[in-house]
Design a protein around this ligand. Structure first.
Ligand code: GTP
Ligand code: MG
Length: 157
């Protein structure tokens, strides 16, 4: 089962979009296996955006992502990396189709609401940057074939 790292950026948290974004991935049938609301360190941010180190906007990128709380998540599901990138929309909100997260909520490239891993290698690296193994579920709760016969009946008294 494929896993990915998704992060609601400080603009998305400030605009109270966490619920809407979580809802979209749940509705799509993906499974949340870890999540936390955190302030990320400069070191974590620089490592996260290492591939953009030489770009002129690198400083701005790190300043922005550390400017307020972010909501970090790990999700899993078949083809989740490709599908979640499609659900997020193009990097520049001007090019993002309506119906995508960026197409619905963002209007500038620096404040584009969400980050998502772009490959299985990035996902592994990004998950390890933000989560300890014990913070993630190791099993699925969405398996429709699960045998629930050993669940205890719930007492209302
Ligand atoms: P992420 O999921 O955030 O990694 O976005 P992406 O994979 O769609 O884009 P990319 O990795 O190429 O760029 C990383 C982030 O840099 C983008 O999400 C933008 O927020 C930001 N970014 C890209 N271009 C610019 C720019 O010209 N100026 C600024 N300030 N930020 C930019
Ligand atoms: Mg990227």
């Amino acid at each position: 089962m494929e896993q990915t790292f998704l992060l609601v950026k400080p603009d998305g948290v400030k605009r109270q979009l966490i619920g809407n974004i979580v809802n979209r991935f749940e509705q799509r049938g993906f499974e949340l296996i870890g999540a936390k609301l955190i302030r990320i360190t400069r070191e974590q941010a620089e490592y996260h955006y290492e591939e953009h180190k030489a770009k002129p906007f690198f400083g701005e990128l790190v300043d922005f992502i550390t400017s307020g709380p972010v909501f970090a998540m790990v999700w899993q599901g078949e083809n989740i990396i490709q599908i979640s990138r499609a659900m997020m929309g193009k990097t520049n909100p001007a090019d993002a189709a309506p119906g995508t997260i960026r197409g619905d909520f963002a209007s500038e490239v620096a404040k584009n609401v969400i980050h998502g891993s772009d490959s299985p290698e990035s996902a592994l690296r990004e998950i390890a940057n933000f989560f300890k193994p014990e913070e993630l579920l190791t099993s699925t709760y969405l398996d429709g074939t699960a045998d629930r016969s050993d669940d205890s009946p719930v007492s209302i008294h």
